[in-house]
Write a protein that binds this ligand. Structure first.
Ligand code: SAH
Length: 457
């Protein structure tokens, strides 16, 4: 049966927003056909134009907001372009409503199952702006001038920006200073079409607990002209910079960093701490971007695990070992597994840096390593999982259950795979025993992070 959409492109309609998608788009129905519309909140009546028509749903754009939701936040004129850039897709919602939205997203996924589970109120931030500790900003020529900014959503058109809204303000300031230095030195910005030019991106990492900053200059060319002068000016204008690196990426790709990194000044790493452990972070290390909320998230995982110092813990998907090291202080032994080999090297190095001798790391796929540990007879008391968006492999759940830990602590960045996986855990005898707790790691965006405790029946 061919389904005919009841709307056509460029038609205008008036309607009431019924709901929000997991991406934070407003949902308006026309004859039961859903249209997804940015900057539209539940309850608001809007006039909109249809911009895209698909088989089962379409997209629209607001032409006029007829009524206003009490959840609507006022957006300053200068922040409007942030929406175009897709940096802060929820900036039009007041923060308490964003937190409710995140809780509700998990609740509505659970409502479609037979499970009757509670979701707690999302743990938010006191200051839900300027929280990111890392930026990777494209550098392009706009109207004859070197500019730093953000791509207009779904394009490669650079929108010049100086206030990035969710980045540490020290990073915002540093980007403007570096931009001015690159301009003064006549460095040619990269051009994606011709694959010519020199500077592609400026990367900045800011340590939260230590006053250290790393500046990364990502270049298309092997040499950076006037490197000496650039370094001298950066260190003079930004005295807190402890590391300047040049990363060469001469490939025509969207991947930001290339394989070669040269240290132009200071160290190749900066240092930061999480729950009392110190970490060395290189230009390419994966490191959580919201330090304040990450500590709350990890502390919650530790609390849910109920560690007393005698437990054997597995940390699957351990990255550079941030959760492993935090748990190692409260457990007998921690076994970590991570697929990216360089991250595992970082994890080992960081364990040493913190004099922790009870951690063991493997570079492997978590689903393979879990089966391996099971075969070796490892008997964990607690298994922590922190998988990427696609969630857990079904075989991992089987191996995990076969090792019969008392507890599984599931740190999730995607409620839909979380809900799928807790159903699978139920089939192998593990049930959720505490309210699911969302923690807002990414204010102003629809990303939802949460911690769930499962226990053996
Ligand atoms: N727990 C860490 C990292 C979580 S992000 C932290 O909080 O910082 C998820 C991690 O899973 C990433 O480091 C990614 O490289 C890793 N990963 C993805 N697929 C994997 C797999 N199949 N097996 C093991 N690790 C995997």
């Amino acid at each position: 049966m061919k389904i005919q959409a009841p709307v056509s492109k460029n038609e205008t309609y008036t309607g009431t927003v019924m709901d929000l998608t997991y991406e934070g788009l407003g949902v308006v129905k026309v004859d039961n056909y859903s249209l997804f519309i940015a900057n539209a909140l539940p309850g608001e009546e809007i006039k909109f134009v249809v911009t895209k028509v698909g088989k089962s749903f379409g997209y629209g754009r607001v032409l006029e907001q007829i009524t206003t939701s009490p959840d609507r936040a006022e957006i300053k004129a200068e922040d409007r372009k942030l929406a175009q850039a897709g940096i802060a897709p929820l900036q039009h919602m007041i923060y308490p409503a964003q937190l409710k939205f995140k809780q509700h997203q998990i609740e509505s996924l659970l409502a479609k199952t037979k499970m009757d589970l509670t979701v707690s109120e999302t743990i938010g931030m006191d200051m839900p702006y300027h929280y990111r500790n890392k930026a990777q900003i494209p550098v392009r020529e706009v109207r004859g001038q070197l500019e730093t900014g953000f791509y207009r959503q779904h394009t490669h058109d650079l929108v010049p920006l100086t206030d990035f809204y969710i980045q540490d303000t020290r990073i915002d300031k540093a980007i403007v200073i570096v931009r001015d230095i690159l301009r003064a030195e006549g460095i040619v910005p990269y051009d994606e079409k011709t694959h010519k030019g020199i500077i592609r991106n400026v990367m900045v990492r800011q340590s939260h607990y230590e006053d250290e900053m790393m500046i990364g200059l990502i270049t298309n060319s092997h040499t950076l002209p006037h490197a000496k002068e650039i370094v001298a000016q950066i260190t003079e204008s930004l005295p807190k910079v402890t590391s300047i690196i040049q990363n060469v990426n001469s490939r025509p790709t969207n991947v930001i960093m290339g394989p070669i990194t040269n240290v132009l000044y200071g160290e190749s790493v900066i240092h930061d701490s999480l729950l009392g452990n110190r970490f060395e972070i290189s230009a390419q290390s994966f490191y959580q971007v919201n330090p304040v909320q990450t500590e709350k998230l990890y502390q919650l995982a530790i609390d849910r695990a109920g560690l007393t110092g005698n437990e054997t813990v597995i940390d699957a998907y351990c990255g550079i070992g941030t959760i492993s090291l935090a748990m190692a202080r409260h457990a007998k032994d921690v076994y970590g597994v991570e697929v990216v080999a360089t991250a595992v090297e970082d994890a080992k190095k960081n364990a040493k840096l913190n004099d922790l001798t009870n951690t063991h790391f493997e570079a492997n796929k978590a689903e393979y390593q879990m089966a391996e540990w099971q075969k070796q007879g490892l008997k964990p008391d607690v298994i922590v999982v922190d998988p990427p968006r696609k969630g857990l492999d079904a075989t991992l759940i089987e191996s995990a259950a076969a090792m019969a830990p008392k507890k599984v602590v599931y740190v999730s960045c995607n409620p839909s795979t979380l809900v799928r996986d807790i159903q699978r855990f139920a089939e192998v005898g593990y049930h959720v025993t505490a309210p699911i707790q969302p923690v807002d790691q990414f204010p102003q965006t629809p990303h939802i992070e949460s911690v769930t405790l499962l226990e053996r029946d």
